[in-house]
Design a protein around this ligand. Structure first.
Ligand code: HEM
Length: 505
């Protein structure tokens, strides 16, 4: 009796699991067969049945980034290449799309906007996305962004003036990366939730650690197909750790919910928000339009969490790389200093909109840093229908991955593909290039909603930094490898010697 029960239970469980996942199983099998036949001639690293290309994939995330770059240059950057590279994550096909013509086809489409499953818990559905995107657009209206300028400046001055000053001219090395990161976190917290995080002053360090660990975990989930199976993911404890950290960060967001005060203040419509003189955070915006957009409290929390994640790790990575790269080239740093002196003289004022417009060279350096070290090094779409590219029919349900860090080094598009060269952003050079050759913020309907915000924040913070300091990185070129913890970070941080400037105005 006992043995019979012991045998029957696993069989029953297997039958239930197979039946419940039969549809998914059927769809995936059809997709795999179609990919196998349609993409047979597409170039890519050697794959074997079941394990696919995984036998070649580096387990160290840093090595993996360089391996992807290596695949891009081996399989995509030669004359006559389509720039399409096939890989297999175990038995699941993946196509890397590297040439701008094909990137355009993918990103401009209004139907191919579904994020890939590999995003796991960070993915959402199309229906949800359409509504949210429409609702959030006013929060990035030009007039609203102007209000955030004050917050950018306040937080920038806190790190530059109060915290870094102690390192200048002392011969002591300082890693600027955590400083820039906490500054970006304080900025996003105040703009997204009207809440003072004060990470720069050492507050809320648990939240800061949780956010860092969550991005590690998401990246681990993306590159480890065995963790896509819930029993494995929870069995090894990582699923529970992920859930615990998500709960911790979302509890923080919940506490910041200023619902009552907004209800008391009354509700506005979207045009009033865009023209409002009052500072409106993203959270305010959602609470103000909650009824109209039929949002639950949980929807609002989710959306604010997205901002918290997308909005600080990316900008801090970009600012960190920019300082490190500018510091490597004294001639470029001198040009930035010259520009700072011409725009601000010896004034420590908050940059006005006109000031920021004049920081043209600084902007070129930031853009060039986003080219070489794009904070979002890759992103993916699950094809919702068959797509024909360069004679290949890429089947529905296959994941197409865009690799800005690879596309941004295409020798057909860039004069100095592997070198920091701000002149890539001279207007004549930009005009000659394919518009989809440069995609740090993605492009098309699902592009980064926060790109203007990001550039304004970065220009403000870096304008304070370079007004005041000269920097000499202690890790020379070509050191500092990329660590892709979902967002691309410098392996050795941004370790530097700082020198106070005597301004030559
Ligand atoms: C240098 C800084 C930034 C970079 C390089 C960057 C890059 C990107 C990229 C590549 C995507 C598309 C990802 C995909 O399709 O899977 C994206 C989406 C997004 N970004 Fe950014 N981002 C930056 C800053 C920001 C900031 C400051 C915010 C908010 C304040 C933000 C909010 C978002 C949101 C909400 C999305 C999702 C848009 C959608 O799906 O409609 N980003 N970002």
């Amino acid at each position: 009796m006992t043995i019979a029960v012991l045998l029957i239970i696993p069989v029953l469980i297997t039958v239930v699991v197979v039946l419940s996942s039969w549809r998914m199983f059927k769809d995936v099998t059809v997709m795999i067969w179609r990919a196998y036949f349609n993409l047979g001639k597409m170039v890519g690293p050697k794959a074997y049945p079941l394990i696919g290309t995984l036998w070649q994939v580096k387990t160290n995330s840093c090595d993996l980034t360089y391996q992807l770059l290596n695949w891009a240059s081996t399989y995509a950057y030669y004359d006559g290449s389509t720039g399409l590279v096939k890989g297999w994550i175990g038995p699941i096909p993946l196509v890397l799309v590297l040439k701008p013509e094909n990137v355009k086809k993918l990103l401009e489409s209004n139907t191919l906007i579904t994020k890939a499953e590999q995003y796991g818990k960070l993915a959402d559905t199309n229906e949800k996305w359409f509504g949210r995107r429409k609702m959030l657009t006013p929060a990035f209206h030009f007039n609203v962004l102007k209000d955030y300028q004050e917050i950018f400046s306040k937080e920038a001055q806190v790190i530059m003036v109060d915290l870094l000053e102690g390192f200048a001219d002392t011969g002591r090395e300082v890693d600027l990366f955590p400083y820039v990161k906490r500054c970006a976190l304080d900025v996003i917290c105040e703009t997204a939730m009207s809440t003072q995080m004060n990470a720069q002053m050492g507050k809320n360090s648990e939240y800061v650690k949780a956010v860092a660990r969550l991005s590690d975990l998401v990246f681990l989930f993306i590159r480890s197909p065995w963790l896509w199976f819930k029993p494995v993911c929870y069995g090894c404890g990582l699923g529970f750790e992920f859930d615990r950290l998500v709960k911790m960060t979302t509890d923080f967001t919940r506490q910041a919910n200023r619902r009552q005060s907004l209800i008391d203040e009354g509700r506005m419509d979207e045009s009033e928000i865009a023209n409002s003189k009052k500072k409106i955070s993203f959270l305010d915006l959602m609470l103000l339009t909650q009824k109209k957009n039929a949002l639950s409290d949980e929807d609002i929390r989710e959306e604010v969490d997205t901002f918290m994640f997308e909005g600080h790790d990316t900008t801090s990575s970009s600012m960190g790389w920019s300082i490190w790269l500018i510091g490597q080239y004294p001639e470029y740093q001198a040009k930035v200093h010259e520009e700072m002196d011409a725009v601000f003289g010896d004034d420590d004022r908050e940059p006005s909109e006109a000031d920021l417009k004049k920081c043209v060279y600084l902007e070129k350096c930031i853009k060039e840093s986003l080219r070489l070290c794009p904070p979002v090094p890759f992103f993916a779409r699950r094809l919702t229908h068959d797509v024909v590219m360069d004679g290949f029919t890429i089947p529905k349900d296959v994941t197409a991955a865009i690799l800005p860090m690879g596309s941004h080094r295409d020798p057909e598009q860039w004069e100095q593909p592997n070198i920091f060269y701000p002149d890539h952003f001279e207007p004549e050079a930009v005009a000659k290039r394919h518009p989809f050759a440069y995609i740090p913020f993605s492009a098309g309907p699902r592009n980064c909603i926060g790109q203007k915000f990001a550039l304004a924040e970065e220009k403000t913070v870096l304008s304070y930094f370079f007004r005041k300091y000269r920097v000499e990185p202690t890790t020379p070129l070509p050191g500092n490898r990329f660590v892709p913890e979902l967002i691309l970070k410098p392996e050795d941080g941004v370790t530097c010697h700082l020198f106070k400037r005597v301004r030559a105005w």
